[in-house]
Each structure stands twice: as structure tokens, then as C-alpha cells.
Design a protein. Structure first.
Length: 284
């Protein structure tokens, strides 16, 4: 039985070619259960979650990497996020009345995709790439080519219960031998089938694909769903709304109710809470 909710890096020995593999099971199902997603939207969300984990392997600091897309098709918003310690969350907003076609292009329509890297300490970086390719993997390969100048190949799959992916990258400083290796392993990787990525463990898959190469597989890392929302973060959102607006909502509704869009955690703030937030003490 294949391992689930695991991420692993690997390298081709004595070369500038590296890779990463991920499988999601319980974490993917938990995120997918947060809304009544049609199969095609759920699978697109699964591919996005897989991609966020694979791309987060390049993070060299504590923080998060997120993929975000606004669509003109049935899927209005797509978002997947992975932290440096492999906690993931994600969502999709969609118009159930216009779910006709199921291709990537049909679901999202024209537009752009943003990749945002947010360190816990430091400045946020965002790269934007047009959605000119016919798949999510193609768009993200385009992002790496344009923004990072790193040749990248991505293979992303998801079904109802599992999502999985494989990433290959050729790093700067590659030699002619690395270029030959890159062509060879890409040719082999393109033979991978969805069932293999979704069902096989990493050791079996990589041996099946690259048994004539010398591959070093690093220790696996667990992946899990965890939302980063909290009452403190919600308070900061209220501060951003502003004192006047918060008190206006209180006058109209008696309290301020806020739900997390990722995990549906519910936060309620009464007048005492808002008094304390903006004055440092309660008035009632």
C-alpha cells in the first residue's frame, strides 16, 4: 500500500538535476470536504495543493508559498498554500450553475496566476505569470522558466481520494553531461501514468522510472492539513477594517461574526472585545 501524505526530495548523483515527489491522501480529502466541490474542481484543487508542496521544496526559510488564480470561468478563485514545514490548506470558489466543461482552460478561463512567497520574517515576494498553457503544470513550468530561469518539469494528478505529483529541475551551473541527463530523465518521466503516481510509493516509482540512473532519495517528510487562522489574526483583520466600521457593524448586528474560509472556524466579537481591541480596555 502506498504511503500517503508524504513528501520527498531526490537528486541524480553527481549532477545538477534534482527532483521531488509528493502524495496526499487524508490531507487532500479533509480539504476537499470543506465544500461540495464537483469532481473537476476538486481535482484541480488537488493538483494545486500538490504543486504548492513541490514548489515549497525551494524555500530556504520559514514561511509559506501559495498559488492563487482568479478566473473568468466557472472557477472564480483557486488558492493552495504550503508552509516550510509541509502544512497545507486550500480552497476553490466556483459557480455551480456554469459547470459545463472540465478542462483547465474551461474551468478558469483567461487570466493570470500568482505565486506568492511569504517569509515569517522579511519581505513578501510575488511572481505573476499569464495562464497561456493548457494545464496547471504547464503554467507553473512557464513560471519557473520566466521568473526563476530554472528548467522545470511538473507532473500533477488527482482523483477523488488521492493527489500526487513529481517535479524535476535542472539547476544553474549544469554541464553538458547534465543536459544529456536532463533530456533522458524527462523522456522517462513523461511515460508516468496517473495510476503510478497516485498508487506507488516513492521508491518503487523512482526505480520504475529511473532504474538506469543513480538516484539518492532523502528522508520523507509528513504533509498535513492545518489552517493558520486564529483569533489573533482575525483581530488584525478587524483592525484593518477600522474602528468606525467595526462599531457600525456592532450597532447594526450586535456582534461581529467571522468565519475562516479555509477551515470554517467561527470567531465572534462582542462590544467588549471591540472596545478592548481599539482602546486597550473594556468600557462595559
Amino acid at each position: 500500500m502506498a504511503s500517503r501524505d508524504q513528501f520527498q526530495r531526490f537528486i541524480f548523483e553527481h549532477s545538477q538535476v534534482r527532483g521531488a515527489w509528493v502524495q496526499l491522501g487524508e490531507s487532500y480529502r479533509e480539504i476537499g470536504s470543506q465544500a461540495p466541490y464537483p469532481d473537476s474542481v476538486r481535482q484541480l484543487l488537488g493538483e494545486s495543493l500538490v504543486a504548492s508542496v513541490l514548489m515549497s521544496s525551494s524555500l530556504k526559510f520559514e514561511g509559506t508559498l501559495s498559488l492563487q488564480a482568479q478566473g473568468e470561468g466557472p472557477v472564480r478563485t483557486l488558492m493552495a498554500e504550503c508552509s516550510h514545514d509541509r502544512y497545507i490548506r486550500g480552497l476553490a470558489r466556483f459557480d455551480e450553475h456554469s459547470m459545463a466543461e472540465e478542462s483547465f482552460e474551461a474551468l478558469l478561463g483567461e487570466g493570470r496566476m500568482a505565486i506568492t512567497i511569504t517569509p515569517d520574517k522579511g519581505q513578501r515576494y510575488q511572481g505573476v505569470v499569464p495562464r497561456e498553457e493548457s494545464s496547471l503544470a504547464g503554467c507553473l513550468e512557464d513560471y519557473f522558466d520566466r521568473s526563476e530561469q530554472i528548467a522545470t518539469s511538473l507532473f500533477l494528478f488527482a482523483d477523488d481520494n488521492c493527489a500526487a505529483g513529481l517535479m524535476l529541475q535542472r539547476l544553474p551551473g549544469h554541464t553538458e553531461e547534465d543536459d544529456d541527463l536532463w533530456e533522458r530523465v524527462n523522456h522517462l518521466a513523461r511515460t508516468v501514468e496517473a495510476g503510478e503516481l497516485l498508487e506507488l510509493d516513492s521508491t518503487t516509482l523512482l526505480y520504475r522510472l529511473f532504474n538506469e540512473e543513480t538516484v539518492r532519495l532523502f528522508d520523507s517528510e509528513p504533509v498535513a492539513f492545518r489552517c493558520s487562522c486564529s483569533r489573533e489574526r482575525t483581530e488584525k483583520a478587524l483592525e484593518a477594517i477600522g474602528k468606525d466600521e467595526c462599531y457600525s457593524i456592532l450597532e447594526e448586528q450586535g456582534s461581529i461574526e467571522m468565519d475562516c474560509q479555509f477551515c470554517h472556524a467561527h470567531y465572534r466579537f462582542d462590544r467588549n472585545d471591540i472596545d478592548h481591541l481599539f482602546t486597550g480596555h473594556t468600557l462595559h
